[in-house]
Design a protein around this ligand. Structure first.
Ligand code: GDP
Length: 477
């Protein structure tokens, strides 16, 4: 969600180099090999076609990535505006992000799928706030846009109406249909993009864009589902993802490996609090507006969800905790939230009273940052560690609308229980199983490129539908 006011089956599968890239140099990237010790094996197998596509992508990235001869040639052409169509073998998509970490990870994944489909090289405009969060995903190369990239200092300031914006050019009738001499274009694909920007999702526009060597893309959303509605990509996507529900799961696990610094935090917390439990239950509580989601409502909703889904044993309020029995089973609840009150209430309940089953329930919360500070590096480090910890849970409860929760559920690889949005009253039922583990795209286009009319795009193909948490959003399933 966008804050308007602020800014595979066995251990060997995970350890194997057949899906993941092998190491990349500067960071040992312990998580790439050690995640197998913490994560449940994925029940979803990537297609062999996806695996081979990733290997070819890695070759492309190595050949065209920062500081290679091809990259230098492309930069020269970008600077001069003179494109040599015969020699410019590499084309790029530069991701420029905004908003919280969940939003950014979803839009990077969308940009990566677009890069895979269009044989472009993905480069990330990394500002300080995101530095040192992830390992380099591609071997023997970097995905970080070099500091000396000619437009580097301007990227942050690119707005929707920037002169080189494809949407604006379309609006102003400035598109030259040959597009031969355009060295770069800016694509605005954020939550508030307009219908001209959204023409990006039309096949005829993709044919034009394919001629432009540098595409600079600003996005904070999971704009990937509409790519599944385009005939240009249809065949390829079916081969890559026979199971549409696993797109983020596979691409997210491929791209996002915690850096050694973040991995240290994750593994330390895991060993200190989660490792010994028989069952780990993650509850992600995202409050967008304290006024519309008062504490009491949210707490009652969480307790109602726990009861309805039998996530935790009931407590015996008549009794107080004496000593835990020896042959107890134990459940650990990992609460993540910007606020501390929900954790405190749950901890008090299970700390003061025994459960009806005799099980011991422990409740932990790694941090309570108080407010979103996505421009702080350490805040994003903490957020990434918590997203990852949630993804290690046996059962996961997420909050409606939250990309933080979407990333955790996608990396985890199973459908979450979603706490539905409070709209004046506590929803009934309070939570429900997601129809798919795919993230929701909050701001999809409403334009049917073929029919040239507005349409409900959730009705066009069988594997795209509206999200369970946002009526107008769409998701793969
Ligand atoms: P969304 O706003 O819920 O869609 O998720 P985002 O990740 O895009 O933005 C919210 C940001 O607020 C996160 O990236 C964190 O920086 C912060 N945040 C929200 N909830 C939590 C939480 O439970 N734990 C921590 N550490 N940070 C959080």
């Amino acid at each position: 969600f966008i804050f308007q006011d602020t800014a595979f089956d066995s251990i060997t599968r995970f350890a194997t180099t057949s899906f993941f890239a092998t190491g990349s140099g500067e960071d040992f990237c312990l998580s790439r090999n050690q995640s197998v010790l913490y994560r449940k094996p994925s029940p979803h197998k990537p297609s062999s076609y996806l695996v081979s596509k990733l290997r070819s992508y890695e070759e492309l990235h190595k050949r065209c990535g920062p500081h290679t001869d091809s990259y230098k040639r492309s930069i020269k052409q970008l600077k001069s505006g003179q494109i040599d169509h015969n020699s410019s073998d590499c084309r790029y998509v530069v991701w420029v992000g905004l908003a919280g970490l969940g939003n950014r990870m979803l839009s990077i994944t969308s940009a990566f799928l677009y890069a895979l489909l269009t044989e472009r090289v993905l480069l990330i405009n990394q500002e300080y706030d995101m530095a040192g969060l992830f390992c380099e995903p591609f071997p023997n190369s970097s995905w970080i846009l070099p500091e000396d990239f000619p437009l580097k200092n301007k990227l942050r300031r690119f707005k929707q109406n920037y002169d080189h914006s494809y949407g604006k050019m379309l609006k102003d009738n400035e598109i030259n249909y040959s597009m031969k001499d355009q060295s770069y274009l800016y694509l605005y694909l954020s939550h508030d993009c307009d219908r001209h920007d959204q023409l990006f999702f039309c096949d005829q526009d993709q044919a034009l864009l394919s001629k432009v060597p540098w595409l600079i893309m600003k996005s904070n959303v999971y704009f990937l589902p509409p790519l599944f509605l385009m005939s240009s990509f249809d065949r390829e996507l079916n081969r890559l993802f026979p199971d549409k529900e696993t797109v983020f799961h596979h691409l997210g696990r491929y791209l996002f490996h915690p850096s050694d610094r973040v991995w240290g935090l994750i593994t330390q917390y895991y060993h200190d609090h989660l490792a010994n439990a028989e069952k780990r239950i993650g509850i992600q509580i995202r409050i967008f507006h304290t006024k519309t989601s008062p504490f009491g409502y949210v707490m009652d909703q969480i307790l109602a969800c726990i009861r309805k889904e039998k996530l935790l044993p009931e407590i015996d309020t008549e009794k107080s905790i004496a000593f835990p029995s020896k042959n107890q089973t134990s459940k650990v609840v990992l609460v993540t939230s910007l606020f501390r009150g929900y954790f405190e209430k749950l901890k008090k309940m299970y700390g003061e009273h025994p459960t009806m089953t005799g099980e011991v329930v422990s409740v932990y919360q790694p941090s309570h940052e108080g407010r979103q500070r996505s421009w702080w590096n350490s805040h994003n480090v903490q957020a990434w560690a918590e997203i990852y910890l949630l993804s290690l849970s046996d059962e996961l409860v997420t909050s409606a609308w939250s990309t933080f929760g979407y990333v955790a559920q996608g990396l985890r690889g199973t459908r979450p229980l979603i706490l539905y949005k409070i709209d004046g009253t506590i929803p009934d039922p309070p939570c429900g199983r997601g129809v798919s583990m795919e993230p929701c795209y909050h701001a999809p286009p409403t334009f049917d490129c073929k029919a040239k009319t507005n349409v409900d795009i959730a009705t066009l193909v069988p594997h795209v539908r509206h999200c369970e948490d946002i009526r107008w959003g769409i998701k793969l399933f």
